[in-house]
Design a protein around this ligand. Structure first.
Ligand SMILES: [Zn+2]
Length: 239
């Protein structure tokens, strides 16, 4: 069996290994810079985890795009396809949104406001990391997706990008759940309620008969090499 490292280094798995996503050690709501919270065991697997550009924004939360909540609470933004973008997490929006979740769905649950906030923060981070990985992560040949076929413009492009970002999020949640974070999956499912169809595409991807983490990563490597802008079916056909 081929190892991940042969195909595509899988940062979510790696980050988990380094305990960045361990609840107790995760300092997401501190104002410390991300790189300082990564000051733990760094294993040389070919890339520097401290270079993932994550920014905590304290901008006021002016509006909610209720059908695109993942892009309201966070963003992956870049100036051009040939430049690495950055992940921005809107802490005030996350706090506000978490409060709504608590009131609407979790009022009679034992989970605290802060716990909900931390989980929402992590889920949004994983989603945006999915966007970042799709764009910038190196495959085994040292390629990124920094050419003309990287596009986030039409609904077809958006379906592909969001489907992949959500799949990365789900894969990470599955790992987190194994560690006993039982509310993570529930909160993700609540976040997906009433979202536009592109935020549900991960179910189609993950239910595909050929789906596995490895085939998914491989398929991403393949579609990034496409000579035309790839569609979700190209991803599915490459699984
Ligand atoms: Zn997204």
């Amino acid at each position: 069996m081929t190892e991940y490292s042969d195909i595509f280094i899988f940062p979510l798995q790696y980050l988990e290994k380094t305990k960045i996503f361990n609840f107790s050690e995760f300092q997401a709501f501190d104002d410390t810079k991300p790189s300082s919270m990564l000051g733990i065991e760094i294993i040389d697997i070919g890339f520097d985890v401290t270079k993932i550009p994550i920014e905590n924004s304290t901008e006021d939360c002016l509006f909610f795009s209720n059908e695109k909540i993942f892009e309201t609470l966070g963003l992956y933004t870049h100036e051009s396809v040939t430049k690495q973008g950055k992940i921005i997490l809107f802490k005030k929006c996350i706090k506000e949104y978490s409060k709504r979740l608590k009131e609407e769905y979790l009022a009679y649950n034992s989970i605290t406001d802060k716990e909900i906030e931390d989980i929402v923060y992590k889920i949004v981070l994983w989603h945006e990391m999915g966007h970042w990985m799709l764009h910038w992560f190196l495959d085994k040949n040292g390629n990124r997706w920094n050419n003309d076929t990287y596009r986030y413009q039409n609904l077809d492009d958006i379906i592909l990008h969001e489907g992949i970002a959500q799949t990365f999020t789900c894969l990470t949640i599955q790992k987190a759940e194994k560690d006993g974070y039982n509310f993570t999956k529930l909160i993700f499912e609540l976040m997906c309620l009433n979202q536009s169809p592109q935020y549900h595409k991960h179910t189609e991807i993950m239910k595909h008969i050929n789906f596995s983490e490895l085939s998914f990563l491989n398929a991403i490597c393949e579609i990034r090499k496409s000579l035309r802008v790839p569609l979700i079916n190209d991803l599915l056909n490459n699984l």
